[in-house]
Ligand binder design. Structure first.
Ligand SMILES: Nc1ncnc2c1ncn2[C@@H]1O[C@H](COP(=O)(O)OP(=O)(O)OP(=O)(O)O)[C@@H](O)[C@H]1O
Ligand SMILES: [Mg+2]
Length: 380
């Protein structure tokens, strides 16, 4: 990420979120001595913290140092800490245990590169919020801030061939995840908290409606979202939804992958992982780029129109997964609504922390609003 906050600003951020960072090293050191084998008690240093775009969980980079068999050992870890209610979280529930388990299972069942997970503290009693530790992986991410489509970053400045190499290697990640057999049995726990429904997509759609309802009180209603939800209901893809579900990564964006030499070295950010149609991930990866293209357009920039085009992604996916996808429009609308609710929550957070005043119309925060209107035929 660009704009990586300094330790100082992050310490301020963590204090804002109610955690006393000065005690983190000692607290983690003691906790590690209870989970690491051999009675080790590492010395812990907080290196920095990544607030990415301030969207979801806190990401803290740590170093652990200890002596083992007479030798000095040093390891870098990343802690993912669930936000608390005072942080005005994006989601109503954070299942760190689910993220930990998905990462563990993906490592076990596929060759998709994911950070190795180490230990989880699910009770919230150690840091005030549940968290887990995973290994730090060296790599770079196409930036969200400023959006990679704005240019002036390693991805935008790369040759078209290199961009395509990265794109295809990322679509290959989707194909490989979707090839895990019996996803519903192995990853069914991801749907545990979703409302009942006749298939996973119905249940996820129920979750989406509840999540929108959760977002409304802090920031206001959006009639656009409500019309889009009604459109999704009217056009619900019963056939696709009845098919064999796959493990969907959920937040399948190139901005959630660490790359080295244009190849994925760590697939990150599993908090939206679910079980459902493969279209969820394929549409999301294309749509996320569309949103970034909209942002570039709003800034008067050309963006990267040749990157992540639907036809190319679809063809690569078909070649790699051996599955020809149907029309993705429903899933684009679905993705667009999810982006709306994310913007509602990040907007509510910014209002809460005094960064902006509450807008009269929540829809002014939907940078992709006209894209959504076009998708549901409200705009030419
Ligand atoms: N295991 C890891 N190794 C190295 N860096 C990591 C690791 N996990 C996370 N990061 C860094 O933290 C950033 C944010 O991680 P992630 O996308 O999982 O969090 P997030 O809070 O969901 O962020 P966002 O909301 O911006 O997507 C990544 O872009 C990456 O720079
Ligand atoms: Mg992320």
């Amino acid at each position: 990420m660009t704009n990586r906050p300094t330790v100082q600003t992050e310490v301020a951020h963590l204090q804002r979120s109610g955690r006393d960072t000065s005690t983190i090293p000692a607290v983690l050191s003691t906790w590690l001595s209870t989970v690491m084998q051999g009675g080790l008690k590492p010395e812990v240093t907080v290196e920095s913290s990544v607030d990415a775009n301030g969207m979801s969980s806190e990401t803290i980079i740590l170093t652990g140092r200890w002596t083992e068999s007479g030798g000095a050992v040093q390891r870098k870890w990343v802690a993912r800490v669930a936000p608390t209610e005072q942080d005005v979280p994006v989601f109503s529930v954070y299942r760190m245990d689910h993220q930990f388990e998905v990462l563990r299972l993906v490592a076990e069942l596929t060759d998709v590169p994911v950070p190795q997970v180490r230990w989880i503290e699910p009770s919230g009693e150690v840091l005030g919020s549940p968290f887990f530790l995973m290994d730090l992986v060296e790599g770079i991410v196409p930036p969200d801030v400023m959006p990679y489509t704005f240019g002036g970053n390693w991805f935008a400045d790369a040759t078209a061939d290199k961009q395509r190499e990265l794109q295809d290697a990322t679509v290959a990640v989707l194909a490989e995840l979707h090839a895990i057999p019996d996803a519903a049995a192995t990853f069914g726990f991801l749907l545990d908290a979703d409302p009942p429904g006749e298939n996973p997509l119905r249940r996820h759609f129920g979750w989406l409606k509840n999540w929108y309802d959760f977002a409304v009180p802090d920031i206001g209603r959006s009639t656009l979202v409500e019309r889009a939800l009604a459109w999704l209901e009217r056009n619900f893809p019963d056939d696709v939804a009845a098919g064999e579900p796959v493990l969907a990564w959920g937040d399948s964006r190139i901005g959630n992958v660490l790359y080295r030499d244009f190849r994925p070295v760590a697939v990150l950010d599993w908090e939206m992982a679910t079980v459902g149609p493969r279209e969820l991930d394929v549409a999301w990866i294309v749509f996320a780029h569309m949103v970034f293209q909209e942002l570039a357009g709003l800034a008067g920039l050309p963006g990267l129109p040749d990157v992540l085009r639907e036809d190319d992604v679809r063809a690569s996916y078909q070649r790699l997964a051996g599955v020809e996808l149907g029309d993705l429009r429903w899933f684009y609308v679905y993705s667009a609504v999810i982006w709306c609710v994310v913007f509602m929550r990040t907007g509510a957070r910014r209002v809460h922390f005094g960064e902006i005043t509450k807008p009269d119309d929540v829809e002014t925060m939907f940078y992709h609003g006209s894209l959504l209107r076009r998708l549901i035929d409200e705009e030419a």
